[in-house]
Every structure is written in structure tokens, then in C-alpha cells.
Design a protein around this ligand. Structure first.
Ligand code: ADP
Length: 460
């Protein structure tokens, strides 16, 4: 990283320096060009005064270094030239600066010399007798100027390069030092300290990631604990009916049961094996819910029709308990997994019948708003004490263990319900008072959160 920072600083410094150099050279060249031009004009004015006063005698002892001086007659013939023999020179009437001077009194022109890069500046002044005095000077091109300054420029470039190098190294070291010093295990130690001000965003990032990792770790540990507890509970729950079955079977096998008790014992075996079957079914349901979370497809289904189906399959159980079971409401189409919705209604109604009084009722109602479908299962049963209401959705939790066993409960029904509702991004609420019946209200969104969310989010 320090290599990159160094390169960045170094290249920036050199680039800024070179850009400034070019800029300054440009400006200076422009400034000196216009200065030279105005000087040429002044010199021409002075020369013109000299020639006006002394005529041809002015040129006699003239030493014109750098400047070229030409005196041109009103007809364009060259009367004097400081660099060539005037007789051999062609007529100058057509020269731009001369033409202009004859017309307006003063004329200027710029012409590129053979080398193209260099320019010749001309200034011409008309004298009172109609002749014209012209002066010209060579103006060096910017390249020639650069060439002329090559030595100092090279020196400055070398100094600037070296200076940039040391500056870049120093700066890099200063920037990188606090980063290298940070102990990522304890970013909070550096927070707010002056020396680490620049790396605060990095510290914040590390802190946030650490917090997230901690959360995830806790979550993983929690899930592992829940799984462990579940496995322990499952084996315990399975063992109880199995022990009972094997106990009764052993008594029967050893003919230790009185003839009149054989039927009762066989009944017990049947009852326990049914319980075992129900338990295994519920465990399979829960496992399916976990794996179904990633594989099952949602489809459009009518909650009212599903509720009627579920109620129909519980009709016999309701009759046996002398409980009136009714389903009412409107058609409510939702995009969901139909088996899961069936499982929700079935388990809620099953409980509402199981934990009811003889002659009681269970009312199922389905209603729909723009966004949600609301399923209400109300019963006239034993109710749930307030302090237990939060826990009834936990796996294997029962309010009254012996009553649950008596009615063939497994302690898994409501956790299956909650799991299925959550997988659909819905919610479940319970309103109950001990001894005064219970009402379970399930709210399901009509559509999944996003249109293509066919795959459900698994629960932790
Ligand atoms: P179970 O198989 O024991 O019924 P559930 O998970 O379905 O297990 O329910 C958990 C506990 O919640 C039950 O043991 C019961 O005590 C209580 N419960 C559930 N539904 C009702 C209800 N409608 N009326 C009264 N108690 C209920």
C-alpha cells in the first residue's frame, strides 16, 4: 500500500510542477514577446527622429546590433540597409509594414523566418519627407527560448524531482505509520486520538465489522443451542411413548395381564403408537418447513378454501369433543405455499378443539384487505394464562403437560404454525384469558415482498 501512496504523491507532485513550469514559460514568453514588440516600436520612433534630423548622415556611423535598419524611399526603393547592399535589394513597396506606414504613418508586421519557429518582427514609420524607416528584430520561438534556458530548467527539474521524492517518501511514511500501528483487535483504543484522525473511517469500518461478526457469532451459537435442545427434546419425547409401548407389550407377552385388562392394555399401546406417529409427523413437518424454506414454490391459493378443507378433516374430532366448528368469511387469494397455509389452519383448529369444553365452539374467519389476509381462529376453550402466552410457540412447550398428553398433543403444533407464518413474512398474535377461550389472529401479506421472491428466507 505504501508503494501506491508514494507513487500517487510523487506523480502528483511532478505533474503539478511540470504543469506550472509549462504555464509559467507560456506566460513569460507572451510577456516578453509583447515587451519586445513595444520596444521595437519605440526604437523605430527614435530612429525616425534621428533620420528626420540628420538625413542620410544618420546611418554613417550607425552600429545596429540585433536590430536590422532599413530606410526606404517613398517609391519603395531601398536607400539604406544595415545588413545588405541597398542597391541589390528589391522594391519594398509591397511589404505589409511599409504599405501600412505609407498609408497611416506607422505599420507593423510579423513574418516567420526560414526556420519557421523563429519570427521576424517589423515596425515601420513614415518620415515627413515621405520615406519610411523600418526596423526589425528576430524574435526567438518558445522552443528556442527553452533551449536557451535548458541548463537552469534542467537544474530546477532535477531539484524538484529530488524534492518531490523526499517529500513523497516523508508523507507516505506519515500516512502509513498510523495504519501500521493499528491493532485490529482493539480499534476502539485509537478512536478520537489526534494521530489517528485520518484513519477514523477505517477504524469505524473495523468496529462495525467486529460488531457484526460478534452478532453473527452469537446468532450461530444461539441456533446451535436451539438445535441441540431440540434434538435432546425429540429423543426425550420419542422415548416416553416407546417406553410405554414396550412396557405394555412386555406385560402382554409374559401373560401378566388379566384377561379382562388385555383390551385396555392393547388400547394403551394403540394410543401411544398414535401419539408416536403424530410426533414423528410433526417433526417431519418442522424439518420440511426448514428445507421447504429454500425449495418450495409459492402459488396463488384461496385461504378460505384451504380453511374449509382443514376444518372438514377435523370434523370428526370436533364431533367427538362435541364442539361446533364453523368457517366463514370471504374468498382471499394469496401467493403462498398452500401446504403451509393448510398446516397453519389445521394446527390452530386442532388446538382450538383439543383445548375446548364439551358443547363449545370454534369459529374460523377469513378476511382480506388490500395488502393482507387475516385468518382468525376463535374458541370457547380453556384459554391460556397470560404468563404462558409468549412461550406457547416454543418447540415442545405445553401449558398443561398432562392435558396436552391426554388430548394427544406433541408440543410442536404452534411452533409449526409460527414457523410457517414467519416464512411468509406474516405475523401471529394471541388474545386469551385463562378460562375464557382464545383467539389466534394470523396476518399474511397477499403478495410476497418482491414479485420474484419465490424462494423463501430460511429462519434462523
Ligand atoms: P400441543 O401439541 O401440546 O397442542 P402446541 O404447540 O400446539 O402443542 O401448543 C402449545 C401449548 O399451547 C399447548 O400445550 C396448550 O397448552 C396451549 N394451547 C395451544 N392452543 C390453545 C388453545 N386454543 N386454547 C388453549 N390452550 C392452547
Amino acid at each position: 500500500m505504501s508503494d501506491k501512496i508514494f507513487k500517487a504523491i510523487y506523480i502528483t507532485a511532478i505533474s503539478v510542477f511540470l504543469a506550472s513550469l509549462v504555464f509559467i514559460m507560456g506566460i513569460s514568453y507572451h510577456y516578453f514577446s509583447s515587451l519586445q514588440k513595444s520596444q521595437l516600436k519605440n526604437e523605430t520612433e527614435l530612429g525616425a527622429q534621428g533620420v528626420t534630423l540628420s538625413g542620410a548622415a544618420y546611418f554613417k556611423k550607425l552600429r545596429a546590433e540585433n536590430y536590422r535598419i532599413t530606410w526606404i524611399g517613398a517609391d519603395g526603393s531601398v536607400l539604406y540597409d544595415s545588413e545588405a547592399k541597398s542597391e541589390t535589394m528589391e522594391n519594398h513597396l509591397e511589404r505589409k509594414e511599409v504599405k501600412k506606414a505609407l498609408k497611416t504613418g506607422f505599420g507593423e508586421a510579423v513574418r516567420y523566418s526560414n526556420t519557421l519557429a523563429d519570427k521576424q518582427l517589423y515596425a515601420a514609420k513614415r518620415l515627413p519627407d515621405g520615406s519610411v524607416l523600418r526596423m526589425s528584430i528576430l524574435q526567438r520561438s518558445v522552443w528556442a527560448l527553452l533551449f536557451g534556458f535548458a541548463q537552469p530548467i534542467c537544474l530546477v527539474v532535477v531539484i524538484a524531482t529530488l524534492l518531490s521524492f523526499f517529500l513523497a517518501s516523508g508523507l507516505t511514511a506519515r500516512i502509513v505509520a498510523p495504519i501500521n500501528e493499528i491493532d485490529v483487535e482493539h480499534p476502539e483504543y485509537y478512536y478520537g486520538k489526534e494521530r489517528f484522525k485520518e484513519v477514523e473511517p477505517l477504524l469505524r469500518h473495523i468496529l462495525a465489522q467486529k460488531a457484526q461478526l460478534k452478532r453473527e457469532q452469537a446468532e450461530i451459537e444461539k441456533t446451535a443451542l436451539i438445535r441441540q435442545e431440540f434434538t435432546a427434546n425429540v429423543s426425550h419425547e420419542l422415548k416416553t411413548p416407546l417406553h410405554a409401548i414396550s412396557g405394555y407389550a412386555e406385560l402382554l407377552e409374559k401373560e401378566l395381564v388379566k384377561k379382562e385388562d388385555v383390551k385396555r392394555f392393547s388400547g394403551k399401546i394403540l394410543e401411544e403408537s398414535l401419539r408416536l406417529t403424530k410426533l414423528v409427523e410433526d417433526i417431519v413437518d418442522l424439518t420440511n418447513l426448514d428445507s421447504g424454506a429454500t425449495t418450495a414454490k409459492r402459488e396463488e391459493c384461496d385461504v378460505l378454501r384451504i380453511a374449509k378443507n382443514a376444518a372438514e378433516s377435523l370434523e370428526a374430532a370436533a364431533t367427538a369433543m362435541d364442539v361446533a366448528l364453523s368457517v366463514e368469511g370471504t374468498e382471499a387469494s394469496v401467493v403462498a405455499i398452500p401446504q403451509m397455509i393448510h398446516s397453519v389452519v389445521y394446527n390452530l383448529c386442532d388446538n382450538a378443539i383439543k383445548y375446548n369444553h364439551r358443547g363449545g365452539y370454534v369459529n374460523v374467519e377469513v378476511a382480506q384487505s388490500d395488502d393482507n389476509t387475516i385468518l382468525t381462529v376463535e374458541d370457547s376453550g380453556v384459554g391460556i394464562p397470560e404468563e404462558c402466552q409468549e412461550r406457547i410457540f416454543e418447540r415442545f412447550y405445553r401449558v398443561n403437560k398432562s392435558r396436552s398428553k391426554e388430548v394427544g398433543g406433541t408440543g410442536l403444533g404452534l411452533s409449526i404454525v409460527k414457523h410457517a407464518v414467519m416464512l411468509h413474512n406474516g405475523k401471529i398474535e394471541v388474545y386469551s384469558q385463562h378460562g375464557e377461550g382464545s383467539t389466534f389472529v394470523v396476518t399474511l401479506p397477499n403478495m410476497p415482498a418482491s414479485a420474484d421472491a419465490n424462494v423463501l428466507k430460511p429462519l434462523q
